[in-house]
Design a protein around this ligand. Structure first.
Ligand code: ATP
Ligand code: MG
Length: 581
């Protein structure tokens, strides 16, 4: 392909709104273009990368017996009402009406649609198991679209759904998908970890997130270097501190003026922050919630909404004034004793703590020696705290480490959640009707593209791994007006093409400096420069990731490029094939 006849518009300046490398570089390299917040288009080079990632995903899905289909993005509300998600999904769902006032949504995911297809077309155990997938555009009205392709409102996802006769079948389908995902991300040259993730109120270990490690990632991961524990912080179970053996002391009200935070009050009365009770107040629909954790802990909102069995979008911080009127708490001085008209959720760790300091629900006062059971009780007692670096590992009691990552994929055992609500049944060998057991599996194609750039770039631009690069080789023709240089460049271009190498020829009428800068920005893995020495049949050969340049004959340059392209694509393929998960 000749760059002179391709639309590639690179930018020298860093676009204002872009903060992270992948967003900046994909925009600067002219691979993506923003339409409005959270909505992007893909230009020729960007679109090629998307196709490469999709192809890897397709191959690995097909290898596990997945069948590709393509469903519509426009979905009728009725199906979502049937599953109960029309409400539960909340404001992230793009809803719209047709000219006859019939409600629709733009699919953020497709459980309902796939369940509907299968309930209509599958009736016998003989048709199971089945795995259907698609690669398709999804819509989510994200609260905070940001970081370009990382969190957008329109994005491409591969979503797969498995349909099995029983739990054992689902376990096998899940393991297959888990294995396929590990292969996909290896082939994309991502450094990643599969971590246990939150599965909502149901609990259990039935979902993993595949997370590409990166400091800019929004997922926080807790992991252990001693055992194989790895979980998102939202999900990670916490080990409660050992119960205290102290004898119970009598309650004592203490004057603590102007101490609105836990740190203030602990400092004021010179006590360890671990001897204090922290209150966090919420409202969900019209109900109030007072959650209590130990003063040194942070609340885990996902665990709290799971404990309350409500969707996350339904909960918000309570208005202090309103809540104090109705429940009797006092902003900054809220404690667990004497509250009314609210659900009290107590972190499991507090139950074993003795003689704690809590708010008195009275301006400027706290109470000493508050004890669970004797002085207060929770309507719900559960682990609602956030794990932190240095906590005990729930697997082996070593200490927990933290890292950050980008969630690029997720696998999930749904069980019969959708087949029950939407009546997707099959007849077993004895003609008995049973619910189909389902799993769902997503990969963010566009987010994966951004994650690859996060892990593979330098200050000059992108450094595409060979298997997902838009082109393998760029030939930089230094002087397009020199017939010898031009002839050699064209000849190499053709020979590489014939060998199945994807090659871009930079034959634009630009200064060499501009061409080199663009080549670095675009990140094509191999650069061959055809310049003055063309007359002697010599070219310059350089890998994008290395500084070193070598001078070799055009023939050797071709051989070397072919060999490197094959070797590097094979290497990630082998790594994927040999990886044990
Ligand atoms: P997140 O927690 O980041 O919002 P999610 O858990 O809601 O993501 P899933 O429903 O599991 O996402 O979707 C499957 C995959 O789709 C994710 O693993 C991610 O790679 C991708 N994805 C989800 N939301 C977005 C988005 N707003 N922009 C780009 N990719 C997304
Ligand atoms: Mg997810």
């Amino acid at each position: 392909m000749k760059l002179s006849s391709m639309h590639v518009h690179t930018l020298r300046e860093v676009p204002n709104e872009a903060e992270i490398a992948s967003h900046i570089l994909l925009l600067r390299a002219g691979m993506i273009r923003k339409l409005v917040s959270g909505v992007y288009g893909f230009m020729p080079l960007g679109s090629r990368v998307i196709r490469k990632i999709e192809e890897i995903v397709r191959q690995e899905m097909d290898a596990k017996g997945g069948q590709e289909i393509l469903m519509s993005a426009l979905q009728p509300a009725e199906l979502w009402q049937e599953s109960g998600r029309w409400y539960a999904y909340g404001p992230e769902l793009f809803r719209l009406k047709d000219r006859n006032d019939r409600a629709f949504c733009l699919g953020p995911t497709h459980e309902e649609i796939f369940t509907d297809i299968v309930r209509n077309e599958v009736s016998s155990y003989r048709q199971l198991p089945m795995n259907l997938y698609q690669i398709q555009t999804k819509y989510r009205d994200e609260k905070r679209p940001r970081f370009g392709l990382m969190r957008s409102r329109e994005f491409i996802m591969k979503d797969a759904y498995s349909f099995d006769k029983d739990q054992a079948g689902l376990d096998k389908s899940y393991d297959d998908m888990y294995d396929a995902y590990a292969k996909v991300f290896n082939r994309c040259s991502l450094t990643f970890r599969a971590v246990e993730a939150d599965s909502g109120a149901i609990g259990g270990t039935n979902t993993h997130e595949f997370t590409a490690l990166s400091d800019i990632g929004e997922s926080e991961i807790a992991y252990c270097e001693v055992c194989d524990f790895a979980a998102t912080t939202e999900r990670a179970e916490c080990v409660d501190d050992l119960p205290s053996e102290e004898a119970l002391l009598a309650l004592e009200e203490v004057l603590t003026p102007g101490t609105k935070t836990i740190a203030d009050v602990a400092n004021f009365i010179k006590t360890d922050i671990r001897k204090t009770i922290k209150a966090v107040l919420y409202k969900a629909e019209d109900k109030f919630i007072a959650a209590f954790i130990r003063g040194d802990r942070e609340l885990n909102l996902v665990k709290l909404v799971n404990a309350l069995n409500i969707p996350e979008h339904a909960i918000e911080f309570a208005d202090d004034a309103e809540m104090s009127q109705i429940c009797g708490c006092v902003g900054g001085y809220t404690g667990p004793m004497g509250l009314k008209n609210c659900t009290i959720v107590v972190d499991s760790e507090l139950v074993g703590m003795k003689n704690m300091l809590g708010g008195a629900n009275k301006e400027n006062y706290h109470i000493k020696n508050v004890n669970y059971g004797r002085d207060y009780k929770g309507d719900i007692v559960k682990d609602i705290k956030l794990i932190k670096e240095g906590d005990l590992c729930p697997g082996c009691q070593a200490t927990v480490k933290m890292t950050r990552g980008i969630e690029v994929g997720q696998v999930f055992k749904l069980g019969t959640k959708y087949s029950d609500s939407m009546k997707a049944y099959y007849k077993d060998e004895d003609m008995k009707e049973k619910a189909i057991v389902m799993g769902c599996y997503g990969i963010g194609i566009t987010r994966t593209m951004a994650a690859v750039v996060e892990q593979h770039h330098d200050q000059d631009g992108i450094i595409w791994p060979m298997a997902v690069a838009p082109y393998h080789v760029i030939i930089t023709l230094v002087n397009i007006n020199d017939p010898v240089q031009t002839a050699l460049a064209l000849d190499m271009h053709e020979k590489l093409l014939n060998a199945g190498v994807e090659v871009l020829l930079d034959d634009r009428e630009e200064r060499p400096g501009v061409k080199f800068k663009d080549a670095d920005l675009l990140g094509i893995p191999i650069r061959i420069t055809v310049g003055k020495k063309a007359a002697e049949g010599m070219v310059e050969f350089k890998m994008r990731r290395d500084q070193e340049k070598i001078e070799i004959s055009a023939g050797e340059g071709i051989e070397k490029a072919i060999e490197i392209v094959r070797r590097e694509i094979k290497a990630v393929g082998d790594k994927a094939a040999n990886s044990k998960y």
